[in-house]
Write a new protein. Structure first.
Lengths: 323, 268
């Protein structure tokens, strides 16, 4: 097991190298760029000043040298400074991360909670009307364009009924509220985005839970428990539930990378000050250091999440042995 | 399972017909402006109302169906072509080639897809052909993986050995004998892929990076309408319902087909 983890951790290095090379190539080999977009419209710009700017940011050097320079700094966790405002990339990410984490973790908890209930109850009442309607409802969540649902719900709950705030993380008068009111204020802002995010993910998890539960219920030891005369509640909620939920842990590991990569469409609608918008703004403005930083961090978390999922799988299922 | 395939299929065919027969269904021109009739609510003349330039929304939805659905189909056609060849080669040759090819897939899978699409569109420009190519180029990895796994399973079957023995060239063995036998799972991924591509295009449109006006797509009709959401609800409601119903029909069709091609479920 220890060797396996070390091997997998070492494998992250070449994959990260590949990802950074691909991202670097895309942003530097495509037409347009930081200097053209931000300066060409300005009548005072001369070819000379563009050249000076390029040399200031090191953009005049050959691509492989630029990449190696980036890599050298990356090894020491230095992602450089943003082209737009000159602040360190890590600082910009650190500012945006809490909002995204707050939204995604709340949504993830709600999503798993509801999906497990739906999955287990559907498995118990298999092929019933309840089971079928739950399938349809979760499928609707999976198919509905989230930004459209967001617009409609904002219109109903935010504007028509005036129950919930429709954008941002805090109200304008946030600083003047007492600490209790502050929490309520943030919670109110969370309701719509969290609900919509969770709704979209229900189908996949609840189906997974349901399949697992059905499989567990058909196992020999469940039949043996019935034969032993245990009550149905004990069998279902103690023996079957526990065993069918173990594989769900791996799904949690796989959702880890999604936690920091906020959806930029979603964050744009709700004016949510998160990672998705940072990525979106950096791509629109050709802010190379921020793009590289965000992609590398997201990729690293994805790899880590996959590894955690695999390890936890072996942890909960002793039949699995990694070498 | 059969019910899912039928329901999904019928809704999908309905929308395909809307797209194909657009000129026969509505007599309005999707780009004809009439400022006197701007932002009219749905009526017997304009059943989905009119937009901010007085254009008939129903006509725009019909022609938008052409754009949105063909973006979905063409993008996934590209993805399928790449994914099937890639997965087949990787699975059939195995060994070092397979190892290298699959590590490349791992790398691509680790980059956040939507962000990759966003970057490419910002840098290459949001023309319809660019959008199709970019979505196609970023969604072939799932198909490649499933094809590889199926090829690995099937390549040791006796009929493949027999084809090798009679001296058929590798190309024919791979594409005629192996791919034809796994067309079921491939079809499932194609159907889910199309629904994903339609959603991706509408999401990009929402950011102003999808299909550009004056060409209508469901996504950009919705996006243009969101500025008038307080007064002209029909501009937002109808495109959303069209996108949702199309994606929903594709998803239940895909789900039904998945069960249909799953030998484990057939026995029950």
């Amino acid at each position: 097991m220890k060797n396996y983890i070390i091997k997998r951790l070492l494998l992250i290095i070449p994959i990260l190298l590949g990802i950074t090379i691909i991202t670097f190539s895309i942003i530097h080999l495509t037409p347009g760029g930081f200097t053209t977009v931000n300066l060409q419209m300005d009548i005072r710009t001369s070819p000379d000043s563009i050249a000076r700017l390029k040399s200031l940011y090191g953009l005049d050097r050959p691509l492989h040298i630029q990449y190696l320079n980036w890599l050298k700094r990356f090894v020491f966790f230095d992602f450089g400074n943003s082209f737009l405002d000159g602040r360190p990339v890590l600082k910009k990410v650190a500012e945006r991360l809490p909002a995204t984490l707050l939204l995604n973790i709340s949504a993830l908890i709600l999503e798993f909670f509801i999906a497990i209930i739906i999955g287990v109850t559907s498995a118990l009442k298999r092929n019933s009307f309840y089971d079928k309607s739950m399938t349809v409802i979760t499928f609707i969540g999976y198919s509905i364009p989230s930004f459209w649902l967001a617009l409609i719900l904002m219109l109903i709950f935010g504007v028509k009924l005036d129950l919930l705030p429709i954008s941002g993380l805090k109200s304008v008068n946030f600083d003047f509220l007492s600490s209790g009111e502050k929490i309520i204020d943030i919670l109110k802002h969370l309701v719509l985005p969290v609900f919509i995010t969770a709704f979209g993910g229900l189908a996949y998890i609840s189906r997974y839970v349901k399949t697992n539960m059905i499989e567990t219920l058909s196992q020999q030891y469940i039949k043996a428990s019935y034969a032993k005369g245990l009550s149905e509640n004990i069998i279902i909620y103690k023996h079957a539930l526990k065993n069918s939920l173990l594989p769900v842990i791996t799904l949690l590991g796989l959702s880890l990378p999604g936690l920091i990569g906020g959806s930029f469409i979603f964050e744009t609608i709700f004016a949510w000050p998160g990672m998705g918008r940072l990525a979106y703004e950096s791509a629109l403005n050709f802010d190379y250091p921020v793009i590289m930083g965000v992609v590398t961090m997201a990729a690293f978390l994805t790899l880590l999440g996959n590894l955690l999922a695999d390890i936890s799988y072996a942890f909960v299922d002793p039949r699995i042995r990694y070498r | 399972m059969k019910k899912m395939i039928w329901t999904g299929g019928i809704i999908l065919v309905f929308f395909l017909c809307l797209a194909i027969f657009a000129p026969f269904i509505s007599s309005y021109d999707y780009k004809e402006q009439n400022i006197n009739l701007r932002l009219q609510p749905p009526s017997s003349k304009h059943i989905f109302g009119t937009d901010e330039f007085g254009r008939d929304v129903f006509a725009r939805m019909l022609y938008g169906a052409r754009v949105s659905i063909s973006v979905g189909f063409l993008a996934i056609a590209i993805a399928t072509l790449i994914g099937v060849s890639y997965g087949a080669i990787s699975g059939y040759y195995g060994g070092l080639i397979d190892n290298i090819m699959m590590r490349i897939v791992d790398i691509i899978l680790t980059i956040p897809v939507l962000f990759l699409i966003l970057m490419l569109i910002v840098y290459l420009g949001p023309s319809i052909s660019n959008i199709i190519i970019i979505i196609g180029l970023t969604s072939w990895t799932d198909i490649a993986r499933i094809v590889r796994a199926e090829v690995l399973k099937i390549k040791n079957f006796a009929f493949v050995d027999a084809a090798k023995l009679i001296g058929l060239p590798k190309k024919i063995i791979i594409f005629k004998y192996i791919i034809l036998n796994i067309s079921g799972p491939i079809l499932v991924y194609i159907v889910f892929g199309i629904s994903g591509a339609i959603l991706t295009e509408s999401g990009l449109s929402f950011l102003g990076l999808g299909v550009q006006p004056p060409f209508p797509s469901w996504g950009n009709i919705l996006t243009a309408g969101k500025d008038y959401i307080h007064t002209a609800w029909w501009l937002v409601l109808f495109p959303g319902i069209f996108i949702f119903l199309t994606v929903f029909s594709l998803n239940i069709l895909g789900e039904g087909l998945r069960d249909f091609f799953n030998p484990k479920l057939k026995r029950e």
